[in-house]
Structure formats: structure tokens, C-alpha cells
Design a protein around this ligand. Structure first.
Ligand SMILES: C[S@@+](CC[C@H](N)C(=O)[O-])C[C@H]1O[C@@H](n2cnc3c(N)ncnc32)[C@H](O)[C@@H]1O
Length: 226
């Protein structure tokens, strides 16, 4: 998993207390737990929370919660992670989410945010069901802005490409559409066109159809001077 490979190359995960905010079905929370971290996976969506709980790990607990109201004690975490979730947090509560992160992470602890750019073959397919250009641009602007703020010391920044492979179109729908009610409702109107884009831009590999998502990872130290 490229996200965790990069993170573990710059931060020692073993025994670290880590909150994964907007954990989805828990793909990365489990990777963090396997790497030895004590993980709390926070998810706003009850259906995804069930998936998290069904596929947990001994080092991992899953909780219903929101980035802007994290159900954890002050200074209780070494590291907060957001993998592809910042652009899903509504703009009007993003600053509240950042305040919550600085509250639950201990002084000198870390914040690791990875956000997808609004381009790439994975984006070409996703945008058929949900147009995210604006929110993704905004989240990248916010990460660049954070790097200039007091209390957020940018330690690492890396752009890389996340590649996801799906057996077929239905496997992609299962991963990115069926677990989301809004996207499921939108599917009948766009399904045919979406399948055409899948067939057109998906790279044929021995493992299945591959889709590329360029993204940026920002790794901050929080309130390091405090
Ligand atoms: C694109 S998914 C990413 C899931 C997972 N991190 C991954 O990379 O596979 C974004 C997730 O953020 C969650 N989310 C949306 N708004 C949120 C909020 N305010 N607080 C916490 N999670 C939120 C969504 O329910 C969704 O599971």
C-alpha cells in the first residue's frame, strides 16, 4: 500500500497511537494496525463503520465520529491521518476539523494528509458519479496554506501515484459506488457512460483493469514549539 509505505518511511508506526479520520472501509487503518500502530478509525458513515468493524484488527478500534468533533481525549494521539478524506469534510467545518486534530494530537505529534489531485484515470471514472474538481482543488490549497501557518511545521511533502486494480466494472462499483447512498442513487443515469470511460481509460494488466490516481502527501509536526 503506497500510502503506508511512504508514511512508514518517514514516521515510526510501531506502538504509535494513530487516529485515522474518515477511515472508510478501513483499508489503511488495517495497514497501520498491521504495521504495529494502535489505531482508532473514525468514520461518519454508519454503513462504512459496519465494514470497519467487520474487518478489524486486534490493534484497531472503530468509532462513529466526525473530523470536526473527534471523540478522543486531548493530547491522546501521536499521529492523525487523513487519506483522501479532507475533501469530503464540508468546507465550513474544515477549520473546526483542524482545531480538533490539534486538540487530540499531543504537542510535537504529527498530522499526515494525503489528497487526490483532480486528474488521472481514476478521477476520470469517479467524476462520472461525483464531480470533485472543486473540492479537491480546495483541499490542495488548504494543505499548501497549512504549510505556512504557525503550529503546522511541514516536515515532508511528496507527490506520487496510487494505482488501484479492479477485476471488472462491477468490482469498481462495489468499491466506490454501492457503499455510498448518494452515489448509488445517481448510478442509473450515468452507468452506461461510466462503463464506457472504465473501458476506455482502464489499463489492461494481468491482475485486472488498473486506474491511476496522482496524489499529494503532506506530513506536519503540530505545535512543535508548544
Ligand atoms: C474517499 S473516502 C476515503 C476512505 C479511506 N480513508 C480510504 O482512503 O480508503 C472518504 C471518507 O471520508 C468520510 N467522511 C466524510 N465526511 C467526514 C467527516 N466530516 N468526518 C469524518 N469522515 C468523513 C466518508 O464517509 C468516507 O468514508
Amino acid at each position: 500500500m503506497i500510502h503506508i509505505d511512504f508514511l512508514s518511511s518517514i514516521y515510526p508506526l510501531s506502538a504509535a497511537k494513530v487516529v485515522d479520520i474518515g477511515a472508510g472501509d478501513g483499508t489503511y487503518a488495517r495497514e497501520l494496525a498491521r504495521a504495529g500502530a494502535q489505531v482508532t478509525a473514525i468514520e461518519i458513515d454508519e454503513v462504512k463503520l459496519e465494514q470497519l468493524q467487520a474487518n478489524s484488527h486486534p490493534n484497531m478500534q472503530a468509532m462513529l465520529g466526525r473530523a470536526e468533533a473527534i471523540p478522543l481525549a486531548d493530547g491522546s494521539q501521536d499521529l492523525a491521518c487523513m487519506f483522501f478524506s479532507l475533501h469530503h469534510v464540508p468546507e465550513e467545518v474544515q477549520e473546526a476539523a483542524l482545531r480538533e486534530i490539534t486538540r487530540v494530537v499531543k504537542p510535537g505529534g504529527r498530522l499526515h494528509i494525503v489528497e487526490p489531485f483532480p486528474y488521472g484515470s481514476m478521477f476520470d471514472v469517479v467524476r462520472m458519479i461525483e464531480e470533485e474538481t472543486k473540492v479537491r482543488r480546495r483541499s490542495h490549497a488548504l494543505m499548501r496554506d497549512l504549510a505556512q501557518r504557525d503550529g503546522f511545521q511541514l516536515l515532508e511533502h511528496k507527490d506520487y501515484v496510487l494505482t488501484r486494480v479492479f477485476d471488472d466494472f462491477d468490482a469498481l462499483l462495489t468499491k466506490i459506488v454501492y457503499s455510498d447512498q448518494k452515489r448509488s442513487n445517481a448510478l442509473p443515469d450515468v452507468r452506461e457512460e461510466m462503463q464506457q470511460v472504465f473501458d476506455l481509460v482502464g489499463e489492461t494488466t494481468p491482475e485486472g483493469r488498473a486506474f491511476h490516481q496522482p496524489c499529494a502527501a503532506y506530513h506536519f509536526a503540530l505545535n512543535a514549539a508548544g
